[in-house]
Design a protein around this ligand. Structure first.
Ligand SMILES: [Zn+2]
Length: 177
């Protein structure tokens, strides 16, 4: 089995009842992938702290029907960012948007640099993110009234909405641009 070692940002991390840890990673070399750390091995508990959401870790993977994590090491937990509620909320929102709309298994260095630089500098430009993801707000029109000059992106519908029409939409669905 071929081993792959790559840097990754943990986008989402879930622990199943079985003890398996399922993570969504945005990797430098493979783009977004789903990977698993299987329970029952001594590795899992050792690996777990390195697979928390928003960790920057180096991971070792093997591919056998799906990606399995055989080793992980945290390079940066972005402690400064985690200390401030408003910063972490913004970063988690960006991480969740990337997790939801990035196509899997597609290497994207532009997005990789956007994400890692943003986490390092506590600075995210949501307009640039959407542009990198292929949704340039500049050309967008509101999906409700058809007007130009949009203020929010709806991640689930992948459409834009203007300030006025956004009032009719659940605030949790709105990604400010
Ligand atoms: Zn509108």
């Amino acid at each position: 089995m071929e081993e792959i070692v790559t840097e990754a940002i943990v986008l989402e991390s879930k622990t199943w009842w079985s003890g398996d840890r399922q993570v969504s990673l945005f990797t430098k070399d493979l783009g977004k992938i789903e990977a698993k750390a299987t329970s029952g091995t001594k590795m899992t508990s050792k690996l777990s702290p390195h697979l928390n959401t928003m960790n920057f870790s180096q991971v070792r993977l093997v591919y056998k029907n799906n990606y399995i994590i055989t080793d992980a090491l945290t390079k940066n937990r972005f402690e400064d960012l985690r200390k401030k509620t408003e910063l972490i909320e913004k970063a988690l929102e960006v991480v969740s948007v990337i997790n939801l709309i990035t196509p899997p298994n597609l290497k994207d260095l532009e997005l990789w640099y956007y994400l890692t630089t943003g986490l390092n500098k506590n600075n995210f430009n949501n307009k640039n993110l959407l542009k990198i993801l292929g949704y340039d707000p500049k050309m967008a029109t509101c999906f409700m009234c058809g007007k130009k000059g949009v203020s929010y992106f709806l991640t689930l519908d992948q459409s834009f909405v203007c300030e006025k029409c956004a009032g009719k939409i659940d605030i949790l669905k709105l990604f400010k641009i």
